[in-house]
Design a protein around this ligand. Structure first.
Ligand SMILES: [Mn+2]
Length: 313
């Protein structure tokens, strides 16, 4: 962490990257870090690049920059384990690359890496970074809102394993900076009629392979319910916690691939995700299929993992 701070001090231009189809933790980490750097080093040029998300659009607006901005710049990539998933391929145009992440490492990209899977969110890492160097760094309410958003979204609002005393202490620090807990909860709890209808669809059209339960989110369904891809993918949680189904997933169809959101409340599923060009966390991973033809094989393997877990307990 000290080496990261030294690198930050050494560069005049810093460009903060995340992953494709960014979530609350990704954008929360990006904009939280941006706020720390902007307020601590007002003479530096700090940019956030990559995708956006309507869900957490209140955390900040991404910048559009030209190639020359990368000249002699420091690239920081947050919340991204896989090099090909980095939101902006130009990150390598920077002079030096730092990776800050809490996922199980897939690619060892970057010149300097801070990876710690004990953190339940990347935003908690950024908050911890601020806390550690609070004598030389500044964090405003804007950054605190972004970081708090990252912490609550990646922990399912403080419900998942990995949430610790430190998580709450750092969340408390952010509240001290002015975070309105109720405002953030309202932002994240906004529900549309389309989403309610889509959840109804998921709950009546799931499929089962032994102890594995899943939903196929085809383009037809997404179009019929009039939701964004991000919204469609988020309903994976509708299949969580069903007795007898410790592993569940949502398969979402894209033009050239099927992306999988794989979840578990027992067995480790990241190893299965690794076999399908994915990874992430022990109990929450992403992966991909080339086409629907590969679904059966994947479902059978997921069932093996789920069944082995049930038998072992
Ligand atoms: Mn994350």
């Amino acid at each position: 962490m000290k080496r990261i701070l030294d690198k930050i001090k050494a560069y005049d231009t810093i460009i903060i990257h995340g992953h494709k189809r960014p979530d609350g933790d990704c954008l929360g980490s990006q904009f939280g870090l941006k706020d720390i750097l902007v307020s601590s080093f007002p003479n530096k040029k700090i940019y956030v690049v990559g995708g956006t998300s309507d869900y957490v659009s209140y955390v900040g607006e991404v910048d559009t920059i030209t190639d020359d901005v990368y000249k002699g710049a420091l690239s920081i990539v947050v919340d991204t384990a896989t090099e090909s998933r980095i939101s902006e391929p130009r990150y390598t145009l920077g002079e030096y690359v730092i990776k800050i992440d809490h996922h199980i490492p897939v690619d060892d990209y970057g010149d300097l890496r801070w990876v710690d899977t004990n953190f339940p969110s990347c935003a908690q890492m950024i908050t911890y970074f601020y806390y550690k160097f609070r004598n030389e760094l500044t964090l405003t309410k804007t950054g605190a809102i972004a970081l708090y958003t990252g912490i609550v979204t990646d922990t399912g609002r403080f419900r998942y394993r990995g949430v610790s005393k430190l998580t709450h202490q750092l969340a408390g620090l952010l509240i001290e900076k002015g975070v309105d807990v109720e405002f953030i909860d309202q932002q994240l709890s906004k529900e549309t009629l389309e989403m309610v209808a889509l959840k109804g669809y998921v709950l009546s059209n799931y499929e089962i392979e032994g102890h594995f339960i899943y939903i196929k989110m085809t383009r037809d369904v997404i179009n019929k319910y009039g939701v964004t891809d991000e919204q469609a993918a988020s309903v994976v949680n509708a299949l969580s916690g069903i007795n007898g189904f410790p592993v569940w997933a949502l398969f979402i169809e894209y033009p050239s691939e099927i992306r999988i959101r794989l979840r578990s409340n027992g067995p480790v599923i990241s190893t299965l995700a690794n076999q399908y060009e994915g990874g992430g966390h022990a109990k929450a991973s992403g992966a991909r299929l080339n086409s629907w033809d590969d679904l059966k094989g994947f479902a059978e393997k997921a069932n093996e993992v789920a069944t082995a877990y049930i038998k072992g307990n």
